[in-house]
Design a protein around this ligand. Structure first.
Ligand code: PLP
Length: 401
């Protein structure tokens, strides 16, 4: 029988990514097994009763838990350094479950304004329809957080860096204000990944991911995760919510993410190096009006980004004069970089947020977030950085921006 001891919390991140949470079956397989099963069998009726009463810890049903999903959850928790992790079917399932499982009518939520379109929908449209009051603040302005958090609040939600304008929010300062207001701080850490930023170390209570992005990182399957140390939240609120509403991932998709994690450290280093080269190239380009990249000294919160993050990340946003028409001409002129709204993929992907990911917002909401008609978001892939910049250069010349 293979040795399946308790996970070793002292191993370094690169090791956790490869071995964390690995549990081998009686067949002693090398690779993590895919337990493609919805249910589990009991030796007798008494055992089934004990399992449902919680007197015997075992798998009951894959909406509750599944061995492949458990391997993923353990690996992610070891990487993040948290006690708890719940994997979900998508990043949005993680964002929504992390909020709705703990909120009720009459509660108040404060969120940063610069959010991914679907996160904005949850805060702006969905939660208020359940009687939850929500308020947006400019995330980079601490005085706005202070003002909004003078009143009792249940949850604070933010993204840093934000999608797509790469705003950086002071996690430690917002965590302190949130806690004084009685709120839990929920951070969407998708753009940074746990290798570049650990929100819990700055005081966040809950961290959420779309594992679809860098963790799978190869454009194969959707997934998400919720992590933290707050036992009351994970055991009493999130677990029953999961069991009875079912945002659980497929074991196959959990396995894809497990395998993606094994190369995350290596991929992320190269993604970040390529993104920095691309950001520098664009900053020096006469046809580009403005470049936003947290690893560039010209970024408005460069000092904070350097203190909070271990690298600039994989996404570069840039803007040129001439609005949507010119942006579309530029995108259509690219020969290699693909037009796609996904990010964190091995392939370089580019999108025009105003007409895609943030299309359903009003022009005023977009302008408050800094999403202009000339802004494009580039997720820098793992091609040779010079092939990426050559492609951008030729498309910029063709578009005549
Ligand atoms: C910041 C952020 N949060 C959450 C999500 C949602 O992830 P998923 O597409 O896996 O549902 C995305 C997706 O683009 C994102 O960029």
């Amino acid at each position: 029988m293979p040795k399946n001891g308790a996970p070793d919390r002292n191993r370094r991140p690169a090791t956790q990514l490869v071995r964390g949470g690995l549990t081998r079956s009686a067949f002693a397989e090398t690779c993590e097994a895919i337990f493609m099963t919805s249910g589990y069998i009991y030796e007798n009726a008494e055992q089934a009763e004990r399992a449902f009463k919680g007197e015997e810890q075992r798998y009951i049903y894959s909406r509750y838990a599944n061995p492949t999903v458990t391997m993923l959850e353990t690996r992610l928790a070891l990487l993040e350094g948290t006690r708890f992790c719940r994997a979900t079917a998508s990043g949005m399932a993680a964002v929504f479950a992390s909020l709705i499982s703990q909120l009720k009518a009459g509660d108040r939520v404060v969120a940063s304004r610069a959010l991914f379109g679907s996160c904005h929908y949850i805060i702006n449209d969905l939660l208020p329809s359940y009687g939850i009051k929500t308020e947006f603040v400019g995330g980079t302005d601490l005085s706005q957080w202070k003002k909004a958090l003078r009143r009792k609040t249940a949850c604070v939600f933010l993204e840093t860096p934000s999608n797509p304008t790469l705003e950086i929010i002071d996690l430690a300062a917002v965590a302190e204000l949130a806690h004084k207001a009685g709120a839990r701080l929920v951070v969407d850490n998708v753009f940074a990944t746990p290798l570049l930023q650990k929100p819990i170390e700055f005081g966040a209570d809950i961290v959420v991911y779309s594992t679809t992005k860098h963790m799978d990182g190869q454009g194969r399957g959707l997934g998400g995760a919720i992590l933290g140390n707050d036992e009351a939240f994970f055991e009493d609120q999130l677990t029953p919510f999961f069991r009875h509403t079912g945002p659980s991932p497929s074991p196959f998709n959990a396995w894809l993410v497990l395998k993606g994690l094994e190369t995350l450290d290596l991929r992320l280093r190269q993604h970040c190096a390529n993104a920095l080269s691309v950001a520098r190239f664009l900053s020096d380009h006469k046809r580009v009006k403005r470049v936003l990249y947290p690893g560039l000294e010209s970024h408005p919160q460069y000092a904070l980004a350097s203190a909070q993050m271990g690298g600039g990340g994989t996404v570069v946003a840039f803007e040129f004069r001439g609005g949507r028409k010119k942006a579309f001409r530029f995108l259509n002129g690219l020969a290699m970089v693909d037009i796609s709204n996904n990010l964190g993929d091995t392939k370089s992907l580019i999108t025009h947020p105003a007409s895609t990911t943030h299309q359903r917002l009003t022009p005023q909401e977009r302008s408050q977030m800094g999403i202009t008609e000339g802004l494009v978001r580039l997720s820098v892939g793992l091609e040779d950085a010079e092939d990426i910049t050559d492609d951008l250069d030729r498309a910029l010349a063709k578009a005549g921006v």
